[in-house]
Design a binder for this molecule. Structure first.
Ligand code: WTA
Length: 650
């Protein structure tokens, strides 16, 4: 059961909040939802908000588990985000208000963005990039990141963005899987005043990547970087390029991007999103959830390297011609009030952030938000992990001044955009702190027990989605079989996200954390299997089991149990070496919080690690049934390692 979850009754008695006077009882919304589930026309209407070069012949072709939306329709993502706005007064509206960690500022209008994207697309074309080619992007949070994405989309190429906190090995794995032709990076990126040498990391990665023909580097930090024969400078590419590039008309189901994400197997999976369906869903959910108005200043604090940034910094808001904030650096740098000063400075009206960030700010104290004018805010959002009701209350009272509705949006890389959330853009319903409220119109969510039977209200079970929706992934890159097996086999022909949930008496959905071996560390999604394979790639490690432990700020933190190879001694020094190894192989987000050395791991007779037991030991909860354990002394080992470590800490 997730940390934040308490029996629903408590909320009904004490905490239930009505947001606006005059807010209706959700009748209109229920009606809309009913119709959306009944009738495909609903999605057709949504798709009609976009500009298509040619209409579709079929709204949906559903050959489970493969859904193809708006079949034979021709569209281009960059056309819908840029060219379309060139005909209205959005043309000269600010698209991106960018602030560097070092307080540098840039403003780009939609027209500026249009010119830059066209030029960069022409530059890529000259390098031989065209429809269907994969482009890897490894950039910090600077405007060149959306420019590169939209240039890729303009050509009908497929972008694969890698979060700039990932290491060389993670980049190489992703490039080799996607067979990208080009990597776009920067010399460096700022993080807490330091420069992270991104280009050097890329050079290191591509030593094992034959598919890469060119590396394009943007000069962000003016550090010296080695120049290789395949290297191109961003500025040279743009300066010599024409400022119009014909947008490629792609079929609606042509992949727009691949985004790698952790699952329950060793290597990350390449989640593939199409164009027409994804854009339709990104457009509609942005409208419903954020209720974007022409004068809004919208800030999603995610990194574009994750799906939240793809959909709710770039595609969703920009389809609406919104003004978005892009901030380059750490949220608490140089001072812990950085977020609040940005909100005050740019008069942000919509803030979309994570429970991890909120927990951190809450800990710093109210004096920081209270010393800034946050009165421009009108709507708040949260994403990525369950939000503790206490943190929700703080967000509502201290940041929103009890004026701003909070949208708690549940979704995944695979779902393309939000699936369960409040929808102020349609209508407000009473909120319950910690509940993501209801499924989006057209989303058919259900909670099942182990056997796939629908559970009664207030019963924890597995979330499943019964019907396809336009934002859903097309497949996993080059792996239809795994796609079928991971998402569509747990409950036949239904989408299985891997989350626990329940529905309360009022029909509100409560997301209760992952039901599989996927962790959410500071909101970042990391599979334990991926961490284990990185751990055993170190020469000293024979076997590894990774679990997690509740963490006050990060939600959960990584713990690792290791069996060492012959000849290695367990000591602090080796721990540090292994931590460094994890940072190098996966990236800083994979840093274990605690490492336990043991002689054996608790396993079932068929050789599966019994993670449940590891979790129980570190959470000091009952071990439960161990009759399936192969060697019951293993659990004593684990307990001893845990007790020893506890002694050294206390
Ligand atoms: C979790 C992030 C509770 C969930 C957009 C999901 C949430 C995983 C919420 C996907 C929320 C996301 N409440 N849990 N509002 N939003 N999650 O792919 O476990 O990085 O399966 O996508 O995050 O993580 P991903």
């Amino acid at each position: 059961m997730s940390e934040g979850f308490k029996p629903v009754k408590l909320y009904e008695e004490n905490l239930r909040l009505k947001i606006t006077k005059g807010s209706m009882d959700g009748r209109k919304l229920r009606e809309l939802r009913k119709n959306a589930l009944k009738d495909m026309k609903f999605w057709e209407e949504q798709a009609n908000s976009l500009t298509w070069f040619k209409g579709w012949n079929n709204i949906l072709e559903w050959n489970p588990p493969f859904a193809r939306w708006f079949v034979d329709g021709l569209i281009n993502a960059s056309y819908n985000i840029l060219d379309k706005h060139m005909e209205t007064n959005v043309k000269n509206k600010i698209a991106i208000l960018w602030e560097g960690e070092n307080e540098e500022r840039r403003k780009l209008t939609y027209n500026d963005l249009y010119i830059q994207v066209n030029k960069f697309a022409n530059g890529l074309k000259k390098l031989g990039i065209g429809k269907g080619d994969r482009i890897t992007i490894y950039l910090p949070m600077i405007p060149e990141l959306p420019i590169a994405m939209l240039a890729s989309a303009r050509l009908g190429a497929i972008h694969s963005i890698i979060f700039s906190g990932f290491s060389a090995q993670s980049i190489a794995d992703r490039i080799n899987n996607s067979q990208s032709k080009v990597v776009i990076t920067a010399d460096g990126g700022y993080r807490r005043g330091k420069v992270i040498k991104l280009k050097e990391i890329v050079d290191d990665a591509i030593r094992s990547c034959d598919s890469i023909k060119n590396v394009i580097t943007f000069n962000r930090t003016n550090i010296d970087t080695p120049i290789n024969s395949i290297d191109k400078k961003w500025d040279d590419i743009v300066n010599n390029a024409d400022d119009y590039c014909e947008p490629e008309n792609v079929e609606s189901n042509h992949p727009l991007f691949i985004l790698y994400t952790s699952g329950t197997t060793g290597k990350p999976k390449g989640v593939v999103h199409g164009t027409g369906g994804y854009l339709t869903y990104a457009y509609s959910t942005t409208k419903w959830i954020f209720d974007i108005k022409p004068n809004d200043v919208y800030w999603c604090t995610a990194d574009i390297g994750w799906v939240t940034g793809h959909t709710y910094i770039v595609y969703g808001p920009m389809l609406h011609g919104a003004t978005t904030i892009m901030y380059e650096g750490a949220p608490d740098y140089p001072k812990v009030d950085r977020f609040w000063s940005i909100i005050e400075k740019y008069k942000v009206s919509i803030l979309y952030t994570t429970p991890t960030a909120l927990r951190m700010f809450m800990r710093f104290g109210n004096q920081y938000p209270e010393s800034h004018d946050l009165s421009s805010l009108r709507l708040l959002g949260t994403v990525g992990e369950p939000i503790n009701p206490k943190v929700w209350q703080w967000y509502y009272k201290i940041i929103g001044n009890e004026r701003c509705p909070i949208v708690d949006t549940w979704w995944q890389t695979e779902t393309g955009a939000a699936m369960i959330s409040g929808v102020p853009g349609i209508e407000l319903v009473p909120m319950k702190p910690g509940s993501a409220t209801f499924p989006m119109p057209g989303i058919d969510a259900v909670i099942f027990d182990e056997e796939g039977k629908e559970v009664p209200p207030n019963t924890k079970g597995y979330l499943a989605i019964r019907k396809p929706w336009p934002g859903m992934l097309l497949t996993l890159w080059n792996d239809d079989e795994k796609y079928r097996q991971v998402y569509w086999s747990r409950f036949p022909n239904m989408y299985y996200p891997g989350d626990y949930a329940l529905i309360d008496d009022d029909g509100y959905l409560w997301l209760l954390g992952r039901a599989d071996d996927v962790l959410k560390v500071a909101g970042h999604r990391i599979g334990t299997a991926e961490l284990e394979s990185a751990l055993v790639s170190h020469e000293s490690v024979a076997e590894a089991a990774v679990g997690s432990k509740p963490h006050d700020i990060k939600g959960e933190s990584i713990i690792a149990f290791l069996v060492l190879r012959e000849g290695y001694t367990s000591n602090e020094e080796l721990k540090n070496v292994i931590v460094d190894h994890m940072r190098n192989v996966v990236g800083p987000i994979a840093t274990p919080e605690e490492i336990y050395f043991v002689n054996k791991l608790p396993k079932t007779r068929s050789g599966k690690i019994m993670r449940r037991l590891l979790r129980a030991v570190v959470n000091e909860s009952p071990i439960g049934d161990i009759t399936t354990m192969e060697d019951s002394t293993a659990i004593d080992e684990v307990k001893k390692a845990y007790d020893d470590l506890k002694k050294t800490i206390r």
